[in-house]
Ligand binder design. Sequence first.
Ligand code: AMP
Length: 366
Amino acid sequence: MTLEAGMVAPGGTVGILGAGQLGRMLALAAAEFGLRIHIFAPESGPAFDVATATTIAAYEDEAALEAFARAVDVVTYEFENVPGHTADVLARHAAVRPGPRALAVTQDRLHEKDFVTGLGIPAAPYVTVDDLPGLRQALAAVGLPAVLKTRRFGYDGKGQVLLRDDTDTEAAWRAVGAVPCILEGFVPFEREVSVVAARSVDGAFAAYDLCANTHRDHILHRTLVPAGVSPRLEQQAIEMARWIAEALDYVGVLAVEMFLGADSGPELVVNEIAPRVHNSGHWTIEGARTSQFAQHIRAVCGWPLGLPERLGRIEMENLIGSDIDGWRQILQEPGACLHLYGKRQARPGRKMGHVTRVFPEGGTAS
Ligand code: AMP
């Protein structure tokens, strides 16, 4: 049987940039399809334990990148901060999925906001900020409260400061490192939700049910599905994710984080796009017909997408830092699905694992 162009056959090798838990769970899903996994990262990490091959080299090491790209059939990644040049070097020798546009748009909060609003999708009001006088001007335009965010390299609340009436503007500017930023109006949200969805090489789109997310110390704490929003809003959220995926000519799994507005503003406001599998989609391993990891592998290999159908009512909880000490208790709980990432040190704020509980639909909350 001949393969269509860009399709990876079982036995082929998927290359992944990044060695964290997302890479690890992608590698495990790939193995179930008889694929081999080659991880490329600057240092060893959780994905190395389950990979067929590994490369330790800097993302700027062109010779290592070229050798890696030649050894694999497709390249994907588990984090959005893949340097543009790295992606360009890899793309000379192998398909890189999702493609470079997804990286360029999502790596920079200003580009991301311009892109989202350019599609007619609501985002928080925002102004670009390049220096302290610029911040003062932006505050006059956006008002308080507001959130100052670095344009690049922010995650889990890092690289951002909430400004209130009594916040020292200069201290806030120093706190984010005096680097190019955007200032965003604060969205008084009722709930944070995310759409985790996939798009295939031939443009098919499949979304999981909307996820409701709560955070602790800016880190995802818990995901509940269903999200408890009206079917109309859920459909609208999924349609926004579809527009975004289509406009990026996206291939793979992506997540779109949104706020559900609490007052008279827009009902749904897009906060961030993650061009990768996402923590709020971890529940799909046991809770959906096709996990987000299997779905991503299917998409980047040029395969048809699997069904995203949900199999019950979901609670997913992250195990952060010392939460991992509860592992024995979780193991005793019937039906609790424990995932540990194999990280040796449980530092505060470090994602050590997660637990998913799938209840019969309509069952009572625990
Ligand atoms: P981010 O890094 O953009 O995902 O932001 C991390 C968290 O900060 C979000 O999950 C929200 O809880 C909060 N946050 C970020 N931006 C805003 C905003 N414009 N208005 C209200 N809360 C925000």
